[in-house]
Design a protein around this ligand. Sequence first.
Ligand code: FES
Length: 107
Amino acid sequence: MPVDIYVCQTEDIDEEDVRRFDHEDQTYCIYHTPDGFFATDGFCTHEEQHLEDGFVIDNVIECPLHQGRFDVRSGKALSAPVCIDLNTYPLEIRDGAIYLCLSETTT
Ligand code: FES
């Protein structure tokens, strides 16, 4: 059964920015892009680098360690050295608040 977890208010994340969210020993990244809000795993799939320190450009997160890039909408790895996609998670926006659905992944 899906469970929605409150993350923050939409206004707490500027457009083309990323926010870390930790819940029950897991870490996630929540992105605000021109296409809306998206959620992925928090760590890069190349090495254990948290993506919250990366750069959001349009719908792409660039890892700060080796500049690998992912599409945050699909989690797809876009450029070397990353070749493993990120898991993505559904979000819901209700009354200006962001909720993360942790019971299932979309990829
Ligand atoms: S740790 Fe992210 S690209 Fe290497």
